[in-house]
Design a protein around this ligand. Structure first.
Ligand SMILES: Cc1cc2nc3c(=O)[nH]c(=O)nc-3n(C[C@H](O)[C@H](O)[C@H](O)COP(=O)(O)OP(=O)(O)OC[C@H]3O[C@@H](n4cnc5c(N)ncnc54)[C@H](O)[C@@H]3O)c2cc1C
Length: 463
């Protein structure tokens, strides 16, 4: 399914039309379908492809933070196939939640302590960095600094989580991040968390926000700093150019050449870079907004949540100031059948087996919500970039000088992308190497990773 009236790209994933309407896109920004110039510029210094969190962060870091500089400004064009923030960024759970302790043991085992600590530190630092950014730019996006619950409902899993946390603490690893964690044992877990059947839980610092408002606001800042924004401008292909400028991108509106390209197309990356086919796979997720009845007297939720439920369920949830709840996940209903979600760019339909999952969700899972009358008010899907090794792909694309990628955020980009794109911007504008910027080493896109047979999604894929 492709943008109407446009030629289909030769191969690979591409954003579809008629996408489902997420709650976040019910109040549109004036830049939603904006084009800075009527004609697509014929050339620029940097072409950013993709108008979600990663593309917008790249534009901001390239232009906004350079405002006081006296050197000549780079010309930067951002091309977005659909509307601004119409991909995963405008359809996610609004959860800015570092995943620190749960991944550390695996990363330590696979990549060593230093590499693991880099990832944990980067995610942890995002919360305060975004808090400071929202303040500095005075952004009205419901940003709320809080703590998040990680809920366990299986005793064995809870014990394993507590044990690995104690081991990490004893080893003195990532002290600042690990010290932020507070564990509650089974005896008080239900009472502390408010979740039925909870047999152990962590809390740690996190935030929630209105992602569309945050990123369109930052986009507006980049536009006012000189960004040329071109929405409804799908890039159909990129190729090395014969002229002095290195890259030529083709669009239904003509060609554009640029010295550098930043591919910020997440799940859709293989549509432009075929070498990422089967490395970054478009994968569908589902989210909804739940509204309690106006007369309900249920307990107020002050924290955000991740619920590890029986049957492999893994849901995430944020409370909003208007009393509504945004919940995503529903994995237990559809994840085993890969045709429900794997290798699809179709965010125009729901995930059939998950459609009814969120009905009575709060009543089922939260103490005191039984009579809340909470009902699903809006439900939507979005496309994430799952990767064969579960890591994002960041840096200069092997064999493509001047072409940078930042994609494959595995449904967890909020505490990863901002600082990562700062690093990409430094590589692009200052010519720094990957090793000179602050991006976790294991995120580096390499020939070895592209050639690897590792496929962590494999068992799921085979159903
Ligand atoms: C349902 C759901 C819930 C999620 N919940 C959370 C959460 O709570 N917390 C969290 O951390 N993460 C969450 N995520 C993941 C998070 O939203 C992503 O990691 C993040 O938004 C990725 O940003 P991005 O800019 O890389 O991708 P996107 O926002 O998808 O942006 C890529 C853009 O590129 C455009 N594009 C693609 N191909 C082309 C082309 N050829 N030419 C021009 N433009 C193109 C697309 O239209 C799109 O706008 C969720 C994702 C989904 C789908």
């Amino acid at each position: 399914m492709y943008v109407p009236g446009l030629p289909s790209p030769a191969s690979g994933p591409f954003p579809c039309e008629n996408s489902t309407l997420p709650f976040w896109r019910t109040e549109l920004h004036e830049l939603d379908s904006y084009r800075s110039t009527k004609q697509l510029p014929k050339s620029c210094d940097v072409l950013i492809i993709g108008g979600g969190y990663a593309g917008i962060a790249a534009a901001y870091h390239l232009l906004r933070e350079d405002e006081s500089s006296t050197s000549p400004k780079r010309s930067v064009v951002l091309a977005e196939a659909r509307e601004a923030c119409s991909g995963a960024t405008g359809r996610n759970g609004g959860h800015l939640r570092p995943s620190v302790y749960s991944r550390l043991p695996r990363y330590i085992k696979q990549y060593g302590v230093e590499a693991a600590v880099e990832v944990a530190g980067l995610e942890f630092d995002h919360v305060q960095t975004i808090a400071a950014l929202v303040k500095k730019e005075n952004i009205d996006c419901d940003f709320t600094l809080t703590r998040s619950f990680d809920i366990y409902t299986d005793k064995t899993e809870a014990e394993a989580a507590k044990k690995s946390y104690e081991e990490l603490k004893a080893a003195g690893i990532a002290k600042s991040t690990i010290d932020d964690l507070i564990w509650t044992d089974a005896e008080h877990a239900e009472e502390v968390s408010g979740v039925k059947g909870c047999v152990g839980c962590f809390t740690f610092t996190a935030a929630h926000l209105w992602p569309y408002k945050l990123f369109t606001h930052l986009l507006a800042r980049a536009v006012s700093s000189g960004l040329n924004l071109q929405t409804h401008t799908p890039i159909l292909s990129i190729s090395p150019s014969s002229s002095s400028e290195k890259w030529t991108a083709s669009t239904p509106r003509g060609l554009i050449t640029s010295s550098k390209v930043i591919i910020a197309t997440n799940g859709y990356t293989a549509g432009l870079l075929p070498e990422y086919t089967s490395k970054i796979v478009p994968s569908k997720g589902i989210c909804c907004r739940i509204v309690p009845s106006s007369t309900s007297t249920h307990p107020n939720l002050t924290h955000t949540y991740c619920l590890r439920l029986p049957d492999g369920g893994f849901d995430y949830l944020i409370p909003r100031h208007d009393g509504s709840i945004i919940v995503g996940g529903a994995r237990s209903t559809f994840f085993k059948e890969h045709e429900n979600w794997y290798n699809t760019t179709d965010d125009s339909t729901l995930i059939k087996p998950a459609e009814k999952y969120f009905d009575n969700y709060m009543q089922r899972n939260f103490l005191g919500w039984e009579e809340s009358g909470a009902r699903v008010d809006q439900i939507w899907t979005g496309v994430m970039g799952y990767t064969s090794d579960s890591l994002p792909s960041i840096g200069e694309v092997p064999g493509r000088d001047g072409c940078f990628i930042a994609a494959g955020f595995v449904g967890h980009g909020m505490p990863v992308i901002w600082l990562t794109m700062k690093g990409i911007a430094e590589m692009v504008k200052e010519g720094k190497s990957f090793e000179e910027v602050r991006i976790p080493r294991i995120y580096k896109t390499t020939k070895e990773r592209l050639e690897s047979d590792l496929d962590l999604l494999g068992p799921v894929k085979k159903g």
